[in-house]
Structures are given as structure tokens and as C-alpha cells.
Design a protein around this ligand. Structure first.
Ligand code: TA6
Length: 289
């Protein structure tokens, strides 16, 4: 169903066939802005994503929260000046909408060619599965006549009760580029916890990753395919205060666990070739996963 979503921008609302979840995808950036699961008593929905209360819904500005699509560049890892590329700033076209799934496309045009001289078709598909799970897939097709390279991420902001009660499990022993420190490091902790700014780009991250929120007894399992890397991010107070659409008040309420393809290397696509990255998110309960 199409409706005016947060900020009055057009969005698609999905409902799982078994009634276990709803999701909202904004046309702007094909940004997933809500994923809410029904509680055990089916009384109240629980929102699992974070959108900043100060988010600005004024295209081309990217929405601060949900799951912005970083493409054709993650961060500054590529030739573009714009951090995280342009896909999150563009109006995508709604291709198909069924009750529990939708797909949106973004094709190269004069605007994208001015920033990045290649022809492409991106397809973002979002589906709700049984038991509240959500699937996203990002397909990249080279529609031009020369090869191109890209890096990418689904930059998902997960809502947490308080960042100090959150941890991310599954990354022990991996090398990561520490963006806060500007150097490479190795993770030897059982879980990533948050006592200051965390901005870590893990190289060759396994699947699934587990986001634990001990404050509300919630776990989100992040299953990824195609995306070889992962980023864990929370800006902490000083950086958040410097971001007008986040501010000094709201940074405790989220952790980004991002499926990325960047530090392991860019993807190269020959003309006519495609690549697909997939994410499956599941809400679990602490002690049961
Ligand atoms: O994925 C982490 C990161 O690259 C951080 O370095 C931080 O800057 C964040 O993304 C947000 O970037 P944005 O361009 O949305 O302000």
C-alpha cells in the first residue's frame, strides 16, 4: 500500500501474510524506515529500526536512520566526492508492490552520469517473511558497454534501549579498519560493546551477526549474503552533537550493524553482468538464540 510516510514523503507499507510484522520503505533512497514485529501477545508492535527524531525529510538529503543504501560507494572508498554515494539521495521508482513485498528500481540518468559516468540498474526488493523476519536484496546490473566498480552497504540503524546495553556478537578474531583511530586493528573481544565512538569496518565478516540489547531482552540476527564485510557504528556524544539531523540527545538509541562490500575490495561488473547482496533480519529473544 502506498501512503505518505514519515516526513510526508511517499512510501510503501508492507504487511506479513501471517500478520507477524509490518515494514515501511520510503521511495526516497529506497530507504527501509520501519520494521515492526508483533509481540507474543500480538497487542503491540515493536519497532526494530531507529529513525532520528531530527531526521530531515527533504530530498535529496538522505534520511538519517532506517537502512540507507550506500551505492556506488561506501564511505570514501571510491572515486565520488559524496560520502556513501548517491543512491540514498535519489528518488527510486516503485516497480512492484504486493501485500508483503515490494521492489524499487533506480536507473542511471543524466544526474547520476554527471557524478559517476556509468550505466546501471539497481533493484531493491523488500519482503516480509513468516515470524516477523524481513528480507532485503540489492541487485546491481551493468546496463552499459564498459565495466564498472562499486562498493556498497545497507547502512542499517537498529533501535536499542541504550547503546551501553547493546553488543554485537560474531566478529571476534577479525581484522578491522578503525575509522575513529584511522588504523587497522584486530578484535579479540567476545562482543563489540559501546563505551565511546565505535566506527569499525570488519574485513571478511561472517554471517550471521547478532545484535543483543540486554536492556529490553531483544536480539536481532543479521544474516547476510554477497556482502563480504560488516561495519559497526555509533558516533557517541561529540560526533552526534555535530550532526544536525541526529543531535546531542538521540545517539544512545541506536547501533548501526551494516552489511557492506568495501574493505574486502570493490565489485567489478562487466557489461550485462549483475551482483546481488542479500540481508535477512530476524527478531529473537535473549536466551533463545
Ligand atoms: O558506516 C559508518 C559511517 O561511514 C561513519 O563513518 C559515519 O560517518 C556514518 O557512516 C554516517 O555517515 P553519513 O554520511 O550518513 O553522515
Amino acid at each position: 500500500m502506498m501512503q505518505a510516510g514519515a516526513g510526508g514523503l511517499p512510501s510503501v507499507v508492507l504487511r506479513a501474510a501471517d500478520g507477524s510484522a509490518t515494514a515501511t520503505v520510503h521511495q526516497h533512497g529506497a530507504t527501509l524506515t520501519s520494521w515492526a514485529v508483533s509481540g507474543a501477545e500480538k497487542e503491540e508492535e515493536e519497532e526494530l529500526l531507529f529513525v532520528s527524531p531530527l531526521a530531515v525529510f527533504a530530498p535529496p538529503k538522505a534520511i538519517r536512520g532506517g537502512a540507507p543504501v550506500c551505492w556506488p560507494q561506501f564511505g570514501s572508498l571510491g572515486p565520488l566526492k559524496a560520502q556513501h554515494g548517491f543512491a540514498r539521495n535519489m528518488e527510486w521508482t516503485i516497480d512492484e508492490v504486493a501485500g508483503d513485498s515490494c521492489s524499487l528500481v533506480l536507473c542511471s540518468d543524466a544526474v547520476t552520469r554527471a557524478e559517476w559516468p556509468h550505466d546501471f540498474k539497481l533493484t531493491m526488493q523488500v519482503s516480509l517473511l513468516p515470524n516477523g523476519a524481513l528480507k532485503q536484496s540489492l541487485r546491481v546490473l551493468n546496463t552499459g558497454d564498459s565495466p564498472f566498480e562499486f562498493t556498497t552497504a545497507l547502512h542499517t540503524y537498529f533501535r536499542v534501549s541504550d547503546v551501553s546495553k547493546a553488543s554485537v556478537v560474531g566478529l571476534k578474531g577479525l581484522s578491522y579498519f578503525d575509522n575513529a583511530a584511522g588504523s587497522l586493528a584486530t578484535d579479540d573481544a567476545d562482543a563489540v560493546t559501546f563505551t565511546g565512538e565505535v566506527d569499525r569496518a570488519y574485513i571478511g565478516a561472517p554471517s550471521p551477526l547478532k545484535l543483543v540489547d540486554s536492556g529490553r531482552g531483544a536480539v536481532v540476527m543479521v544474516h547476510k549474503e554477497g556482502f563480504q564485510d560488516a561495519v559497526v557504528w555509533n558516533p557517541w556524544e561529540a560526533k552526534a552533537a555535530g550532526m544536525a539531523d541526529l543531535g546531542p540527545e538521540h545517539w544512545r538509541g541506536f547501533v548501526c550493524v551494516e552489511a557492506t562490500q568495501a574493505r574486502s575490495g570493490a565489485v567489478t561488473l562487466a557489461p550485462g553482468q549483475d551482483w546481488e547482496g542479500r540481508l535477512r533480519l530476524e527478531r529473537d529473544t535473549l536466551g533463545e538464540s
